[in-house]
Ligand binder design. Sequence first.
Ligand code: FE2
Length: 339
Amino acid sequence: HFYKTAFGFQSLAYAGPETGMKDKVSYVIRQNKLTFVLTTPLKANNDIADHIYKHGDGVKVLALKVDDATSAWHETTKRGGKSYLQPVTLKDDNGEVVLSGIHTYGDTVHLFVERKNYNGAFMPGFREWKSGYNPASTGLLYVDHCVGNVGWNQMNPWVKFYEEVMGFKNILSFDDNDISTEYSALMSKVMSNGNGFVKFPINEPAEGKKKSQVEEYLDFYNGEGVQHVAIATNDIVKTVTELQNRGIEFLSIPASYYETVLDRVGKIDEDLQPLQELGVLIDRDEEGYLLQIFSKPLEDRPTLFFEIIQRKGAKSFGKGNFKALFEALEREQDARGNL
Ligand code: FE2
């Protein structure tokens, strides 16, 4: 209900006791190319109950579409990936889906999904979920990138994992000189697959005067995990206006940011006023510019949040906004007594 109402997702599929899954229920929701599976336990002592007990609400599975889930599993485990799920073929009247998976940082896993021979709503084991309640889309299109927070000295081992096991490349790096404020610091490396569609930045805390925001995350998530999911839109003013009207709260940006931002980024197509009213940040690189905004945490723990991003040529991640953004984050962190 929350994701449909606030974010404009549509009902797609359901699995639970009625479909043969006795100890949990999953609701699959979709908006354009975004597909989220929201799972809750029906009993104690199952993998989902344990995950929530330890981490609170968060991202457990980052699923990747592959041509061949069997070879993806063989290849990644041969290169040192730890198996989460051996290749399994699921069948129903609509065809078959092959799933396999490996572990990544923390309790997070990558599922490899081969669905070229499937025509049903989602996958075998799920039934189509038709609903009379269909809030309008907010214009969210697809996952632009998904960021993991890892522990002290763990960024480079996980960069190596994405290079060696997954065959990704490190396309960008930020050190604590790029990403530090008066108080807290972090380091980040962006890992991407060959065609650039899949981007996984990896953050590690760095020493600062006070506690890094990554450290606060690690404390409250009880380990490494997904920090934020960045979702693309073609019209950030329209999307964020709609999200705010539906109750999603974003980090507020001081008015002083907007006094100088155009000196830094140059001319942009949008009027500055609505961007300022919403708190949208702007950054430019050699290829163009981008507009981005960050939600407050989506759950009670200060862990997972969403970024909304509109790219106008830029392929980077808003390095010029890090300082303004992190100062905004620190105000929230300080209010929680964790700075
Ligand atoms: Fe991001």
